[in-house]
Design a protein around this ligand. Structure first.
Ligand code: GYE
Length: 343
């Protein structure tokens, strides 16, 4: 009887060991499963190691220096690895991006890179890729963690700390204005993780300084022409503005044009700040028209392909691979421009 119980226990623990390791291989941690392809994608999709991969890349829009630099970086890293890229441009539309991703899924890529337009807009497509056992890496913008989870539904998010970027702009502004400012905030695309988190970082920091007031805040879609129009309208109702916080360089350049058209001197009458580090913004600093640019690195190709290889090699990836970002002021903008840091 004693022996019988023991042998039953033995079989039971053996079974639970096997089951446990199967579950571990299938879910939870962001590690690849080497060459053993699995049809169980309750956990992360497997990514068998191969000499060359077919990589899907769904870009949300390709209309400005930051996006072009990102796309170029991915394409260069792919050709350096001898990999091919199935590329789509969603032209700033959530619904187009969802159908773009569906068409890439139908072509069964080894890995799918997505730069999602908004946090919620592409969630269903990320889930679809996962259901089809295609590993997804989010590049540059993240998705809503209440709906999809890195390390579970997708492998990882590679990109900057947007909250910190907003905080850094606010800290500079506090110093530059001695804590007294009437601020116009030009926000990025509503619902985009870069906009949501930059706003959160900036606004929280500003809230602790009573002399610093956000007098107007509006979505200008990360776009120069939109920012020009928005700023022209806002200047009519808020001619007393002293500083502009633009959530990307393109909008700062639009705001600078609007300020000039209104007879104001950017950099003197109104301080301007932004995030990215494109050549146009570095030149604006050199011309004294912008005070600070917090860098947001668009050259994410090398990090993406490193992650693709590490995952195939079975390494455990962090759920967020954070880009390290510089900052530019009159102290270093000319040097950075010459060195080719801009894009
Ligand atoms: O700042 C902006 C682009 O998502 C980090 O999107 C990116 C932002 C970047 O349109 O220029």
């Amino acid at each position: 009887m004693k022996q019988y119980i023991f042998s039953r226990l033995g079989v039971f623990s053996l079974l639970s060991l096997i089951l446990g390791s199967m579950i571990l291989a299938g879910c939870g941690s962001s590690s690849g499963t080497g060459s053993s392809a699995s049809t169980n994608c309750n956990g992360l999709a497997p990514h068998p190691k191969k000499a060359h991969y077919r990589i899907g890349f769904s870009q949300e829009v390709d209309n400005a220096p930051w996006r072009i630099a990102e796309t170029t970086s991915v394409q260069e890293a792919a050709s350096a690895a001898g990999d091919t890229v199935i590329y789509t441009d969603a032209q700033n539309s959530d619904s187009k991006q969802v159908s773009d991703i569906q068409s890439i899924i139908a072509q069964h890529p080894d890995v799918l890179l997505i730069s999602p337009l908004t946090e919620d807009g592409e969630v269903s497509a990320i889930q679809q890729a996962h259901a089809n056992c295609i590993p997804v890496i989010l590049l540059d913008r993240d998705a809503d963690h209440a709906k999809v989870t890195p390390g579970k539904d997708y492998v990882t998010f590679i990109g900057s700390d947007f909250v910190k970027e907003g905080q850094r702009v606010a800290d500079w502004m506090f110093q530059a204005t001695h804590g007294n400012a009437k601020i116009i905030e030009l926000q990025g695309t509503t619902g985009a993780s870069a906009a949501v988190n930059r706003t959160q970082g900036f606004n929280n920091e500003i809230a602790s300084h009573p002399g610093m007031k956000i007098i107007a805040s509006q979505d200008a879609n990360f776009d120069r022409a939109t920012a020009l129009k928005v700023m022209q309208t806002l200047l009519q109702s808020h001619p007393d503005v002293t500083t502009v916080c633009a959530e990307n360089d393109e909008m700062a350049l639009g705001a600078i044009d609007a300020l000039k058209a209104a007879g104001k001197t950017p950099g003197k009458d109104v301080l301007v700040s932004s995030i990215d580090g494109e050549n146009g913004a570095l030149q604006a600093i050199m011309a004294g028209e912008e005070g600070i640019v917090i860098q947001c690195n668009p050259r994410l190709g090398p990090a993406a392909f490193q992650a693709i290889n590490d995952y195939a090699n079975g390494k455990t990836l962090p759920t967020w691979i954070v880009s390290q970002d510089n900052q530019y002021t009159t102290a270093n903008a000319a040097q950075a421009y010459k060195a080719g840091d801009g894009f």
